[in-house]
Design a protein around this ligand. Structure first.
Ligand code: PLP
Length: 414
């Protein structure tokens, strides 16, 4: 049984009030809150083990290195990476994708080649490919959505050709919550000899992600959306590709031998981790993985689905509110973007904040999707995680309902 009260008790911030109201935190797609186990692991590291990794023979350095590498193993096994060395520590999803664009992309994408992306990509999985395509004379191909806000698979299959070198695709949209069928897309990409990069910023925190089963070549995700601190994230790459990739940055930690004239590179994964890394962040990401595993990712997803079901049902009663996204909860995570006729999302967000309800408003770093496909300047977005309750869903709806009255919009459907 999913014990929501036990989960909530682990998150100190959930006890606070905002504007004299209990905090209802529904901005999880932007960043998640942190359990005390993760906060303690940061504190424990700095209180007892703080040292630089891989460089020292003294006890603290050995301990820090062991903890750092143990965290890599935990994260690797969480996504079922064959080897921990296939997981590279980076700052976040954005850095992971840029790393691929600047190394593998620069070396393998040439004039006339094609990169396929979807129209629901976060800017982090769109702009690096726009830049690379422009620089190399490659073509960026866009796959749209069907009428139910799912990826248009028919179009995807027709856009993938023998000129395709890469399909770069989100696993779960941060605006619509749409989950994409990665395995099917990977097969289509591999059939023409292309690679697939998966933006898993929204999926690794909420779904069971198995890189071997999905057959992805690259997978990028951020710690801060999955209970870990900001400033730490991961790039997974298949061994075959990683062994052929050039380093991203040059300097300390990533070299084997250096003379005044030249340098050779360290083994994997160090070759991709130049400079002193975010050691405490990596260790805390290992603790976040422990926490997610002990709660159970499937149980978390099922919990979020029940919150979504409740939210969609209640939103249905609100006249003047348009919710974007499929109602097929098999293909959707706990993200709900909505717009209110005649009320700017920022104004709505402020009224909700006065009720203690934290949502995000804007284009959610998916400007082309919001402006050109949803045809609105911005949306309001509520996003759920393991500690949210049905009661909080009701608090959201009731805050939206009172905002509608405040802005003079009639609210209830009959
Ligand atoms: N991709 C998706 C789908 C996201 O939701 C986000 C963040 O919101 C990112 C990429 C970028 O993540 P980060 O800002 O941690 O690099």
């Amino acid at each position: 049984m999913y014990d929501i009260q036990t989960v909530r008790a682990d998150f100190p911030v959930l006890n606070r009030k905002v504007n004299n109201k209990p905090l209802v935190y529904l901005d999880n797609a932007a960043t998640s809150q942190k359990p005390k186990q993760v906060i303690d692991s940061v504190s424990n590291y700095y209180c007892f083990h703080n040292s630089n990794v891989h460089r020292g023979v003294h006890t603290l350095s050995v301990e820090a290195t062991d903890l750092y590498e143990e965290a890599r193993q935990k994260v690797g096994s969480f996504i079922n990476s064959k080897k921990p060395e296939q997981v590279i520590w980076v700052r976040n999803t954005t850095e992971a994708i840029n790393l691929v664009a600047k190394t593998w992309g620069e070396a393998n994408i040439n004039n006339g080649d094609e990169i396929v992306v979807s129209e629901m990509e976060h800017h982090s999985n769109l702009v690096p490919w726009q830049q690379l395509a422009e620089k190399k004379g490659a073509k960026l191909k866009l796959v749209g959505l069907d009428s139910d806000y799912k990826l248009d698979l028919e179009q995807l299959h027709s856009e993938i050709s023998n000129r395709t070198r890469l399909v770069a695709i989100t696993h779960m949209s941060n605006v619509l919550g749409t989950i994409t069928p990665i395995k099917e897309i990977a097969t289509a990409a591999h059939n023409v000899g292309a690679k697939i990069l998966v933006d898993a910023a929204q999926s690794v925190p909420h779904l069971n992600v198995d890189v071997q089963d999905l057959e992805c070549d690259f997978l990028a995700f951020s710690g801060h959306k999955m209970l870990a601190p900001t400033g730490i994230g991961c790039l997974y790459v298949t061994e075959e590709i990683l062994s052929l990739m050039d380093p991203f940055m040059h300097g300390g930690e990533m070299v084997l031998e250096v003379s005044f004239e030249k340098a050779s590179w360290a083994d994997l994964p160090m070759r991709f981790e130049a400079g002193t890394p975010n050691i405490a962040g990596a260790i805390a990401m290992g603790s976040a993985v422990d926490y997610l595993k002990s709660t159970g990712v499937e149980a978390i997803h099922a919990h979020e689905t029940s919150l979504m079901k409740h939210a969609l049902g209640l939103f249905d009663d609100l006249e003047e509110v348009t919710c974007f996204g499929t109602k097929d909860l098999e293909s959707r995570g706990g993200v709900i973007s909505f717009a209110v006729n005649g009320v700017h999302p920022h104004d709505l967000g402020q009224v909700l904040d006065s009720q203690g309800v934290a949502i995000r408003t804007g284009h959610h770093c998916a400007m082309p999707l919001v402006r050109s496909r949803l045809n609105v300047p911005a949306t309001a977005r509520a996003s759920f995680y393991l500690y949210n309750t049905l009661y909080e869903v009701e608090a959201l709806i009731s805050a939206v309902d009172s905002a509608l009255s405040y802005f003079g919009r009639s609210s209830r459907n009959n």
